[in-house]
Design a protein around this ligand. Structure first.
Ligand SMILES: O=P(O)(O)O[C@H]1O[C@H](CO)[C@@H](O)[C@H]1O
Ligand SMILES: O=c1cc[nH]c(=O)[nH]1
Length: 291
């Protein structure tokens, strides 16, 4: 049996996992992921009770109960590089025995729902919309470091997209991966917009924002906006969804992302005062996820 050596799965001297500082029994089956560590307490303000709070670097965790059901909320910070850490460590907590450093025979499937903020790429998705990401496009390249990416991604979509946008070969190859259909069906309503969401490896040039340094391809956002795959348009930009979907598919977890739109990139509008709408998104998500 494969033993995960101390250098490959680092366990702290107190027995907690390396970055998250969590112990296996501390995570619920339903896990809410938020980028902003400050959003963790906002989520926990909906809980009737909490078990603990834990903080290390940008990873802040609270486990508690919402309407009698156990939930864990974890902040991921910004970017898919952090998602690599968070999803691998949550999976290790669920599916690796920390005593024997071996994979558990019986696997635990987690529900991972990201509640984020995002920029819209279509004029008809106004600021304050909730976009529920049916599909993610990773501009980040993370999934390509894992084996068998092609088994869980939509190669036809990837090829059509790269051809349509005259994809620059110096960039990482985009990967297209779906979220959980079950959670999508649970969370979708007239209050949500069905999304194809790009996870970008940056907030500025990787999302077409030009400040002082010119963009590599100033037309890319227009091409993204007009691209259609089976009549479906790409809806929004954020920075984590693709890696959550890809790693969850590989590990047998169910994942979904909901985002509050805080900027519309086509209309050039933004809502810097978005926190009350994010609070409504949290309430909406908890209500739709509870048993
Ligand atoms: O509000 P969060 O969840 O952090 O999500 C979005 O906001 C950050 C950028 O401002 C990125 O993490 C992006 O994905
Ligand atoms: O435009 C936006 C807004 C929030 N988060 C992003 O990544 N992009």
């Amino acid at each position: 049996m494969k033993i995960f050596k101390p250098s490959e799965l680092i366990i702290n001297t107190d027995g907690s996992v390396f970055h998250l500082h969590l112990f296996p029994e501390e995570i619920a089956d339903k896990i809410l992921l938020v980028g902003d560590p400050g959003r963790v307490k906002l989520v926990a303000s909906f809980f009737e009770s909490t078990e603990f709070e834990r903080e290390n670097r940008e990873f802040f965790t609270i486990t508690g109960k919402y309407k009698g059901e156990r939930f864990t909320v974890v902040s991921t910070g910004i970017g898919t590089d952090n998602i690599d850490i968070v999803v691998n460590e949550l999976d290790a907590l669920a599916n690796i025995d920390f005593e024997t450093r071996t994979e558990k025979a019986e696997k635990r499937s987690l529900t991972l729902v990201r509640m984020g903020t995002s920029g819209a790429l279509q004029p008809n998705i106004p600021v304050n919309s909730f976009v529920l990401s049916k599909t993610a496009i990773g501009f980040d390249g993370l999934l390509n470091y894992y084996a068998y990416a092609e088994k869980i991604t939509n190669i036809e979509f990837e090829n059509q997209f790269m051809e349509y946008t005259s994809w620059n070969p110096r960039l990482t190859t985009p990967y297209v991966v779906d979220g959980s259909e079950d959670i999508y069906q649970k969370m979708a309503s007239s209050e949500t917009v069905e999304g194809i969401t790009i996870s970008a490896p940056g907030f500025y040039a990787p999302q077409g924002r030009e400040l002082r340094v010119p963009l590599g391809d100033p037309e890319l956002n227009d091409k993204i906006g007009s691209f259609r795959y089976n009549d479906r348009a790409i809806t929004n930009f954020e920075m984590e969804c693709s890696a959550i979907y890809g790693l969850s598919k590989h590990m047998g977890h169910e994942a979904m992302t909901i985002c509050t739109i805080i900027a519309n990139r086509v209309r050039k509008e933004a809502n810097a005062d978005y926190k009350s709408r994010v609070k409504e998104m949290i309430s909406y998500t908890l209500e739709h996820l509870k048993a």
